[in-house]
Design a binder for this molecule. Structure first.
Ligand SMILES: [Zn+2]
Length: 385
């Protein structure tokens, strides 16, 4: 039987089964370095946190004991989740993590160090980590998360055990929203399709009218770009929409995390906190502040995902592929676009969207990236004539 900490994870039965076995046999030793790979939205870091909780828990991840709750709330003293907002993870940050690896544990049996976006290490930085992986500290488990194995140096790869995750299907996401959150199946399916199977995004679309409105604004704006000035205006609006999205996600998450941390220590809102736990709350607040930049990136990423969904629809009409549209509610405008251009042009737009994503990740100014992209979206009916 697998523990409760795995329940929230979706579409990864093979990975969960494998990790559950590792946890059940942990007395005979746990491999010291893991590499979780999978696309954005596949839940790599959630899986890493669940694995950490299951390792530390006396009953293999019950989800209810203090240890489980502390890990999930990000406050377990022996579990570190390192994530960055920057393009690269610095060598000093990795040195600091490595120095933690040799500390003895305080609460649990293992020291678990999780690195999100481990593909963001230069070769030099990777080598600092490599040394540690070659001579691992006792009872220390590293979990690296990256899009694919090829994103890491072969020397690092050879030290790690790889688990590859996939993006769940539309139906799996819809069933989860239906069973866990009680969302009607049709609404859940629409949201899953629109979110292109990203669970978190689908849940927000299904449960929040503002999020739905922002998405339809994004689609309408993109489809309305007809000249340079409307392109510039759309770029500016996209940035505002992404900011609003980030603010809301941030407020929701901050609140949830604080409640979870209070509960993990056995307090409720408004209780006076003893000095011994105050530092955990300070850490949480600092992490939340650092997360702001990342959330704006996520907001921009969602806009790009929405734009992608429109142009995939345009392409599917142009190629007469007969697949179900992501945006059937905008079919008329999408068909007009499809008829006024060629599949090559649409592929160029899709490339432009991927390029914009890469440029945002490399810290080009947000508005500049969006403006350059929106210019590519100008819809000239005359092209077809
Ligand atoms: Zn537990």
């Amino acid at each position: 039987m697998s523990g409760k900490v795995w329940d929230e994870l979706l579409g990864q039965p093979e990975a969960i089964e494998q990790l559950t076995r590792v946890v059940e046999n942990r007395e005979s030793g746990v491999h010291h370095a893991w590499l979780f790979t999978g696309p954005h939205g596949s839940g790599r870091s959630n899986l890493a946190v669940s694995f950490a909780a299951a390792l530390e828990c006396e009953s293999a991840g019950c989800g209810a004991c203090q240890s489980c709750r502390l890990v999930v709330a990000g406050a377990h003293p022996d579990v570190t989740l390192f994530s960055t907002d920057r393009v690269q993870i610095s060598i000093d940050e990795v040195r600091e993590l490595v120095s933690k690896a040799s500390l003895s544990t305080t609460l649990g049996k293992y020291r678990v160090l999780i690195i999100e976006d481990a593909d963001r290490m230069t070769e030099r930085t990777s080598n600092v980590l490599l040394k540690e992986l070659e001579e691992p500290s006792e009872n220390t488990i590293w979990i690296l998360c990256a899009p694919s194995v090829s994103d890491l140096l072969p020397t690092i790869r050879s030290r790690t055990r790889n688990l590859n995750l996939r993006l769940p299907s539309t139906e799996e996401v819809a069933q989860l929203l239906h069973q866990r959150d009680g969302i009607g199946l049709e609404v859940a399916r629409t949201a899953a399709r629109q979110a292109q199977n990203h669970v978190g995004m689908a849940r927000r679309l299904a449960t929040n009218a503002e999020v739905r409105n922002r998405r339809s604004d994004t689609i309408a704006l993109a489809l309305g770009i007809s000249n340079l000035s409307s392109a510039m205006m759309a770029a500016d609006r996209f940035l505002q929409l992404a900011k609003k999205d980030a603010e809301q996600v941030s407020a929701d998450k901050d609140e949830q995390e604080k409640t979870a941390l209070l509960a993990a220590f056995g307090f409720s809102e408004g209780d006076k906190l003893p000095p011994s736990v105050r530092s955990s709350f300070k850490d949480l607040e600092e992490n939340q502040k650092r997360r702001q930049t990342r959330l704006l990136r996520d907001g921009l990423d969602r806009i790009l995902t929405d734009l992608e969904s429109i142009y995939r629809d345009v392409l599917s009409i142009q190629l007469e592929s007969g697949t179900e549209l992501y945006n059937p509610e905008s079919q008329e405008e999408i068909s007009a676009r499809a008829q006024s251009g060629t599949a090559e042009q649409t592929i160029a737009v899709l490339d432009g969207i991927s390029q914009a994503r890469a440029r945002l990740a490399s810290n080009v100014r947000d508005l500049l990236v969006l403006e350059a992209l929106c210019v590519k979206l100008i819809f000239r009916r005359s092209r077809a004539n």
